[in-house]
Design a protein around this ligand. Structure first.
Ligand code: LLP
Length: 456
């Protein structure tokens, strides 16, 4: 196996704390001081370390290239996408997995090569399907019988043949939050292999002259640390490929095993690295293909979090603090920052844990039991439930939460009419704004005062 270079650092590779101690210190990211970033672009702010993004993408690509002669790496846009990121991915020569018309339009705005786009989703609208086919996306991943009919008839009306995959559910239970586990039977996605619906879907696709079935897909879930889930899923899909060959006398040439590779959010966790998971999965894929007498298909993966997650740090400003006496007589310091569940819903939604560091100075004050909370009118608006922080933390301090690149800005909301934060990229001492901060006026612009219209 070729040497890999997935950064071993827990968070983005270019986080540096001056006078660092366990609480943090004066932070700079890729040579850009946190306080200067906030002065220039405001707070809260998502800061993406560009070199780190490139390193991580290249490491996954290298792992795939080292194992599979034919392969593709699709970056999962849902984790975070913008026109600038799509341009990076184009430069890095990787594919893009989109799951809505909106994500597709971002890719098209970046002039991302459409043949390298894969279109997902369990309920794509007719307009989205039409846009995908017209813009000649490489592959549409079909998720239901209704969708087989819908894509086929839209392709027919456009006089085109669309390359498709079928999303299958291999019946794998993985250890992650139930909301992000996707390959067991009782789930909205895909065709079950066990129930026979996968096989019916294959038969149906093979009878549709405007669909070219060229592969199968599965995604077992997200934030997964054990290799076994990926291995079991791959095995079950290869069995499907083998039965296809038996039945149709030819081979399905492509197999996409999805994303879901877990990352570290706190020093207690260890990310699953490409050099661990890819060779392990490759070994099984190759031996199973040999055993079942089929060629090794073109293998694709779709990591999102494992690429963008660690690259990004959110910087917040502390607005208020208060000490609360708990039932056991101890004290908890509440540290309120100027964002919260609107820029990071993950702790509230999945009980996700994060780390936080003081980012504008170092402190040698005593550690106190603390809780980092947002500014929303909801007591569940907690970013970090339990953390030791210096007792002298005060309004105006900056606080950095690393590993917020995936499903942070992309799941952000406007709860309480809070504008969504800006996103900047940093590299070698320079910062570039790639998504501007929303303004209250942007939100107010959605309000209209129309005369009522009588509906029949
Ligand atoms: N491929 C498919 C078909 C997916 O549904 C997903 C994620 C991915 C790839 C990328 O998964 P990743 O490598 O990023 O784990 N909002 C949740 C995660 C939801 C994932 C949805 N699908 C969270 O914040 O943890």
């Amino acid at each position: 196996m070729a040497a890999n270079n997935y950064p071993t650092s827990l968070f983005s590779s270019n986080l540096k704390f001056e006078n660092e101690n366990k609480f943090g210190g004066k932070l700079s990211i890729a040579g850009c001081p946190a306080d200067s970033l906030i002065k220039e672009f405001g707070s809260p702010l998502f800061v993406i370390d560009q070199d780190d993004f490139y390193l991580r993408t290249k490491a996954w690509k290298l792992a795939m290239d080292s194992e599979f002669e034919k392969n593709n790496l699709y970056y999962a846009a849902k984790s975070f996408i913008s026109v600038e990121i799509a341009k990076w991915l184009k430069e890095l020569n990787v594919g893009l997995d989109v799951c809505s018309g909106g994500e597709l339009l971002v890719a098209l705005a970046a002039k991302f090569p459409s043949e390298n786009i894969e279109f997902h989703g369990n309920n794509k609208s007719e307009a989205e399907i039409k846009l995908a086919i017209e813009s000649e996306v490489g592959v549409i991943v079909l998720d239901s019988f209704d969708e087989i009919n819908r894509v086929s008839s839209i392709a027919k009306s456009l006089n085109k043949t669309q390359k498709v995959y079928l999303r299958l559910t291999p019946g794998v239970e993985v250890h992650t939050h139930e909301f992000i586990s996707t390959a067991h039977e009782d789930v909205k996605f895909g065709f079950s292999i066990a129930s026979g619906s996968a096989s019916d879907a294959i038969d149906k696709c093979m009878n549709e002259s405007n669909l070219e079935l060229s592969g199968i897909h599965c995604h077992i879930g997200s934030q997964i640390f054990e290799v076994e889930g990926f291995i079991t899923a791959a095995k079950r899909l290869i069995e499907v490929l083998a039965s296809f060959k038996k039945k149709f006398g030819k081979e399905l040439a492509e197999l996409n095993i999805g994303g879901g590779y877990g990352i570290a959010y706190t020093p207690k966790e260890v990310a699953i690295s490409p050099e661990l998971v890819i060779p392990a999965v490759a070994k099984i894929i190759k031996s199973e293909c040999q055993r079942l007498n089929i060629s090794v298909p073109k293998i694709s993966i779709e990591p999102g979090r494992a690429i963008v997650g660690p690259t990004t740090t959110t910087i917040y400003e502390v607005g208020t603090t208060k000490d609360v006496t708990l039932d056991d007589g101890s004290t908890r310091k509440y540290i309120s920052v100027d964002g919260g569940m609107s820029d990071n819903i993950r702790p509230a939604l999945y009980g996700a844990t994060y780390s936080a560091f003081l980012a504008n100075r170092s402190s040698i004050a005593n550690a106190v039991k603390s809780r980092v909370v947002g500014k929303h009118c909801e007591s569940g608006d907690i970013l970090i439930s339990n953390i030791e922080f210096p007792e002298d933390v005060k309004p105006g301090d900056l606080l950095a939460i690393p590993a917020t690149g995936a499903y942070g800005r992309s799941m952000a909301s406007n709860y309480n009419h809070i504008p969504r934060p800006a996103v900047v990229t940093v590299q070698k001492g320079s910062a570039k704004l790639i998504l501007r901060r929303e303004t209250e006026q942007d939100l107010l612009n959605l309000d209209v005062d129309q005369a009522p219209r009588r509906l029949s």
